[in-house]
Design a protein around this ligand. Structure first.
Ligand code: ATP
Length: 316
């Protein structure tokens, strides 16, 4: 099943996994078209890493099916391994080796001819801005450099599908942007990226589609825009000059939630120009002094809180 003409790079149906009594995946269905970025979001312990481990053949499911790059993960694990790259939460970098040696080691493990391995290593060192550090032991690298090397090692075998499990945790903003640019380049070349992340802005920035995993089930799936539209949370925040102005604004606007200590009002709004103008006109007509006005449209944080945490829904 695909959403377009291209075949699915990842097709998961009814995936189940338990550890002892604990049900970790409770019937997960996912389809990821080739050449796209798919992001799996979920709180700590939601089952993201377990999903990645099953799809990358490191763990076996108890039930359901999963195909990656056209191969069944249970029946054809070697074919799946030959088509994928995995960057996990724990680095594969050997810190005693230099950056270049790490890459050449992966090339050897993949049985690349020596000359091709060397050319690939040089290309990846350049691409990840590690040429100057190539001959230094990875133990001397910064955290960001190690992560870049780790990602470079994932790419030695030219994988069709890449699993990135929280790839930018601990990176500074500039290194994150470099990592994002690399992901975009890979996707432009037709690679499929399966990304788990705790950074919702990362999913918003990179992912064509996002699935939210909660207690072992996919509770929502769609583009970032679709997910944002599904939840309420758009509002205008007004800060008034004094308590009298808060009362006057409440009387004028009706449907608004005051925070009297902060002298603010939260007014539900779609953030559109028309409704903003109507709001401002109503305040203006009554000469209500507004110290500050800000428009809040739902972001993926709101989506995440609304879909994965019942208290979050209640407080909205
Ligand atoms: P995080 O964001 O913290 O990495 P996650 O969504 O990746 O979380 P998983 O690592 O998939 O979550 O873990 C899901 C649940 O399964 C957790 O409660 C975890 O304790 C449990 N679990 C994972 N692996 C094992 C294992 N090998 N044995 C027993 N329990 C496990």
């Amino acid at each position: 099943m695909t959403t377009s003409q291209t075949p699915a790079a990842i097709a998961v149906s009814g995936l189940r996994k338990s550890y002892g009594e604990q049900v970790v995946l409770d019937g997960v269905d996912l389809t990821v078209p080739q050449g796209t970025v798919f992001s799996l979001l979920g709180a700590n312990g939601a089952g993201k890493t377990t999903t990645v481990r099953i799809l990358s053949t490191l763990a076996r499911a108890d039930g359901g099916t999963a195909r990656v790059a056209g191969h069944d993960v249970a029946a054809e694990p070697d074919a799946v391994r030959g088509a994928i790259g995995v960057t996990g939460q724990f680095s594969a970098v050997d810190t005693l080796l230099t950056g270049e040696e790490n890459l050449l080691l992966v090339a050897d493990l993949l049985h690349l001819p020596k000359a091709r391995g060397r050319a690939k290593a040089a290309e990846l060192l350049r691409r990840f801005d590690l040429t100057d550090a190539a001959a230094k032991p990875a133990a001397t690298y910064s955290g960001g450099m190690r992560r870049r090397l780790d990602l470079a090692m994932t790419l030695v075998g030219d994988p069709q599908v890449i699993f990135l499990d929280e790839p930018t945790t601990g990176l500074d903003p500039r290194s994150r942007r470099t990592a994002w640019a690399t992901v975009r380049e890979l996707v432009a070349d037709g690679v499929t990226v399966f990304l788990t992340t705790q950074y919702l802005d990362e999913a918003d920035e990179l992912a064509d589609r996002i699935a939210v995993l909660d207690r072992g089930r996919v509770v929502a799936e769609g583009t970032a825009a679709e997910l944002k539209r599904r939840i309420p949370g758009g509002h205008v925040r007004l800060r008034l000059a004094d308590q009298a102005a808060v009362d006057a604004a409440l009387a004028a606007l009706g449907d608004a939630a005051p925070d009297r200590d902060a002298l603010t009002l939260r007014v539900p709004s779609d953030g559109g120009l028309r409704s903003l103008k109507a709001l401002v006109d109503r305040l203006d007509d009554r000469a209500i002094a507004v110290a500050e006005l800000s428009v809040h449209t739902p972001d993926l944080d709101d989506v995440f809180l609304a879909l994965t945490d019942t208290e979050g829904v209640a407080s909205r």
